[in-house]
Design a protein around this ligand. Structure first.
Ligand SMILES: Nc1ncnc2c1ncn2[C@@H]1O[C@H](COP(=O)(O)OP(=O)(O)OP(=O)(O)O)[C@@H](O)[C@H]1O
Length: 592
């Protein structure tokens, strides 16, 4: 891989209607057995549906010639036909619908997995609400289409085609009259379909925007409350959904117009056939019974075509949604997980060589410039510097949240870009400044990085992290639910849970982002003690905000504006008269 290339987001291109559907069909392939059964039901149901006008025609002609006896017999046959048809229709509907749901469920699962596999830069660019909308609302649109509509569409198609064949057998002259309307209607269908598809993408985009607003506001509800912005946020969401409504209104107008045109064509052609047919009967070229069955077939064909037209609009709508889903499903992550080398017997030495880095969302601004830094295995490095100087950026390059823009980072003399990102992250414990816990129990949160873990190991980790005591004070102990993002725990408690989480993982390397906000002295002491246990024997990067932390580090790296300005021990750096570090300490950037 050339430098600079790895942070560039892969381009996704817009799918055509055909591509979207061929992809959908590819998803249907594994279900071919059920689909075959469903198609058999479709064939039986539709042929029986097409059979009864014939029975009626016979009834009309024979009742005119032979009286009621023949009619009774015909009605009996008809009842049997209808019963059999009902069974076939029921199964057809059930089987097609279930396969449709199944496909969409798989699609949801795969889309979500694909989403989770994307590189961090992808998430920097997008908003959670928008992604949620793709998962929820786009897949729902697809769900209806792929399930119920496919079943209805196939029925319509079978009835229409079968009907046309039977019409041609009954009277080819009338059939030609009837089919005259098909070409103009199809051209209309293509035109309307395109419009509807475009408008549907607009609707889904608008819904996603509204979703974004809701997601952001609800997850930041404390800020909204603190600034009393409920009304404004409510209105912002209102404006968002209204935008979606407007797009839906435009789309519905187009769809309604299309329906009206189709309805006119369907009923118009029926009248035309009736008129032309009456003439044929008048001339003795056709019996009344044949004209009756012809009219019934015409109605069947007209109704089927009209419903197909409606479904066509729905399919177009769904292909708009499919386009948005496949955009994610087809997106290859810039940094694939589970690919690359694992280093056997990892020591944990890290070397930055002339590292330059810009965030993918801000390619023109260098967040790091010419970073050269050697961290020996087991060494504790404190990163200090003013806000925005690049401390967190350095820390996020080690677990490959991003790859360097130029230069390289070596882990035990191996380029990080050759290492499997998932393996790499399993070797690094990360304790963020504000740890994010998941709304599960304390025990599950501690065991998060290792999956299943026995209670004894969890408790041992909690003890080492000075968390055991406060956890056991909760009435439900380790089973206590921590609430969304861990809201039911204090800052210090969250950090100790995060330390326990990192301890349990037993990583070779450690990244610790010290909290800037002051913890109370007791909590501070407990965190520090836990941290010391955690750091033992591990290569550690601490983003430090406290003098006491910096003093204990083996080496201090002072950053400014994305560059390393000074390195050395606390004492060495304090000796430099005009040094940046000394200035930071004197200006109390580093709290005592
Ligand atoms: N995800 C991101 N996308 C784009 N730019 C970013 C991103 N994260 C940080 N930056 C920018 O990179 C620069 C370095 O930020 P960084 O977070 O590394 O600073 P820091 O030294 O950790 O600051 P602090 O002590 O305030 O946390 C800043 O100018 C910041 O605006």
């Amino acid at each position: 891989m050339t430098e600079d290339q790895n942070n560039v987001a892969p381009k996704t291109q817009t799918l055509s209607f055909k591509e979207a559907y061929s992809k959908m069909f590819a998803l249907a392939r594994p279900h071919w057995r059920v689909l075959l059964a469903a198609t058999a039901c479709l064939a039986v149901g539709s042929s029986l549906g097409l059979y009864y006008p014939k029975v009626i025609a016979t009834m009309v002609d024979r009742s005119m010639a032979e009286g009621m006896g023949a009619v009774n017999q015909a009605v009996f046959v008809l009842a049997g036909v209808f019963a059999l048809q009902a069974v076939a229709v029921g199964f057809r509907h059930y089987l097609f619908t279930i396969v449709g749901y199944r496909i969409v469920t798989e699609l949801q699962e795969r889309t979500y997995q694909r989403l989770l596999a994307q590189e961090i830069g992808f998430f920097d660019e997008r908003k959670t609400g928008e992604l949620m909308s793709r998962l929820a609302s786009d897949t729902t649109v697809l769900q209806n289409t792929v399930s119920v509509n496919v079943s209805m569409g196939l029925r319509g198609l079978a009835s229409a085609l079968g009907g046309i064949v039977l019409l041609a057998i009954t009277s080819w002259k009338l059939t030609i009259v009837m089919l005259l309307v098909v070409p103009p209607v199809s051209i209309g269908g293509v035109f309307f379909g395109r419009q509807i598809r475009k408008l549907s993408v607009k609707v889904q985009d608008a819904l996603a925007k509204a979703g974004e607003i809701a997601e952001e506001t609800l997850s930041g509800i404390r800020t909204v409350r603190a600034f009393a912005r409920e009304k404004v946020e409510g209105e912002r969401y209102g404006a968002g959904v209204f935008e979606a409504f407007r797009a839906m209104r435009t789309r519905t107008r187009t769809m309604s117009l299309f329906q009206a045109v189709i309805s006119f064509a369907a009923y118009g052609v029926t009248s035309l056939v009736l008129w032309f047919g009456a003439m044929l009967v008048d001339r003795g070229e056709m019996t009344v019974g044949d004209l009756t069955s012809f009219l019934l077939y015409t109605l069947i064909v007209a109704v089927s075509l009209a419903s197909l037209a409606g479904l066509w609009a729905d399919f177009m709508r769904a292909s708009g949604a499919a386009e948005r889903i496949f955009e994610i499903l087809d997106r290859n992550p810039a940094m694939p997980l589970d690919q690359g080398a694992e280093i056997a017997d990892l020591k944990g030495g890290v070397r930055f060589e002339q590292v330059h880095f810009s965030y993918p969302t801000r390619p023109d601004v260098a967040a790091l410039r010419d970073i050269n830094l050697e961290v020996r295995p087991g060494e504790v490095i404190a990163l200090v510097g003013p806000s925005g100087s690049g401390k967190s950026t350095i820390a996020s390059l080690v677990p490959r949240f991003y790859d360097v823009s130029a230069g390289r980072i070596l882990l035990d003399n191996r380029d990080l870009r050759e290492c499997d990102p998932s393996w790499l992250r399993s070797q690094i414990g990360i304790v963020p400044q504000e740890p994010v816990l998941f709304s599960r129990s304390v025990a599950e949160n501690i065991a998060y990085g290792v999956g299943q873990s026995d209670q004894a190991a969890v408790e041992h980790a909690a003890q080492m992290a000075n968390a055991h005591e406060f956890i056991t004070k909760f009435p439900e102990g380790y089973g206590t639910e921590v609430g969304e993002r861990g809201v039911r725990l204090s800052g210090g408690q969250k950090q100790r849970v995060a330390i326990a989480r990192a301890l349990l993982k037993n990583p070779k390397m450690l990244i610790f982002d010290e909290a800037t906000s002051a913890l109370d002295a007791e909590s501070e002491f407990l965190v520090k003690q836990a941290l010391e246990r955690l750091m033992k024997g591990r290569t550690t990067l601490i983003i430090a905000h406290r003098l006491s932390t910096v003093r204990d580090a083996d080496r201090v790296v002072v950053l400014e504006d994305g560059s390393i300005r000074e390195t050395g021990s606390h004492e060495e750096l304090m000796e430099k008269e005009a040094g940046l570090y000394r200035r930071l300490v004197e200006r109390q950037f580093l709290k005592e």
